[in-house]
Ligand binder design. Structure first.
Ligand code: NAP
Length: 267
């Protein structure tokens, strides 16, 4: 029986930064898209621009991914519109910063919902269709923060560690299928991320451009390979250091780096 549903690539976090960059690149590759984020007017503007520039079909599904019911609603919406996911780019995310004891519990709950629960459930719900696609893509936008615990970014780093770990396990479980599974770990990147976080404590090291990160990710995604890639030589060396250095040392270095980044912004 042929599947009458139209294949689409679902991009969460498409209203800004990396998500918007991925949506642009996939549209240029003639993928029909579904754009997800809260700011519907931004998604509609992008959708109109991509339809005009590339002749692709672009659907918009506004959703607040802090609502843990959102992934099921998005999956249902795809079904109702006769769409099947051949690609899923889990890019929506935000971070909180500062001492864990001072963090707002409600904000932490939202962070875990957006950064962990939503990509996990959306992936689980869409995975059968992704696996059935001839060239399926599952891209998780993780972070170099996932490679070690980071004082002052405690929850964000833990969320991203979950995402990288989850992706690696899915990669192994789906080996032998046509699905390309990848967790990409960029370092600091010039997007609205720092403004959304209200903190520059994330801005440790060189800040890449959105274009650099998106282009480098696609280069990796286009060839077969491992489940996790860290972008940039500096970030790769840092990640290796975190892997092999004693944990207490990594924690001290992380604390100093986030404190320095925070005080640079304050001064
Ligand atoms: N920028 C960096 O330094 C950096 C480095 C490594 C990894 N990352 C990761 O890259 C991903 C994209 O971030 P970015 O740098 O492009 O930041 P950004 O410009 O702030 O974009 C974040 C995106 O996530 C969406 N989002 C946030 N909260 C949401 C919610 N409750 N419901 C639905 N969508 C929500 C935003 O859309 P709305 O506000 O319209 O909902 C926006 O489209 C994130 O997962 C981030 O952790 C960023």
């Amino acid at each position: 029986m042929t599947d009458e549903r139209r294949a689409v690539t679902v991009v969460t976090g498409a209203s800004s930064g990396l998500g918007r960059g991925f949506a642009e690149r996939f549209a240029a590759r003639r993928h029909d898209l579904v754009l997800v984020a809260r700011r519907a007017e931004r998604l509609e503007e992008l959708a109109a621009r991509l339809r005009a520039a590339h002749g692709v079909a672009v659907d918009v599904i506004p959703a607040d991914l802090a609502d843990t019911a959102a992934p099921a609603r998005i999956a249902q919406e795809l079904a109702d519109r006769g769409l099947r996911a051949a690609g899923l780019i889990n890019c929506a995310g935000f971070g909180t910063a500062g001492a864990f004891t001072a963090e707002d519990p409600d904000r932490i709950a939202q962070e875990i919902a957006v950064d962990v629960t939503a990509p996990t459930l959306l992936t689980r719900l869409l995975l059968p269709d992704l696996l059935a696609a001839p060239h399926g893509v599952l891209l998780m936008v993780s972070s170099t923060a996932s490679h070690q615990p980071i004082p002052n970014l405690a929850v964000y780093a833990a969320c991203k560690a979950f995402l990288t770990s989850l992706t690696a396990a899915i990669w192994q479980e789906t080996r032998g299928s046509a699905l390309r599974v990848l967790a990409v770990c960029p370092g600091p990147t010039a997007t609205e991320f720092f403004a959304a976080a209200g903190s520059t404590q994330f801005a440790v090291g060189r800040i890449a451009t959105t274009d650099e990160v998106v282009a480098a990710t696609l280069r990796v995604l286009d060839r077969p390979g491992g489940p996790v890639v860290t972008l940039g030589w500096g970030n790769r060396i840092q990640s290796l250091g975190a892997k092999f250095a004693p944990r207490r040392m990594t924690l001290r270095v992380g604390q100093r780096a986030t404190e320095r980044a925070g005080s640079r912004a304050a001064s």
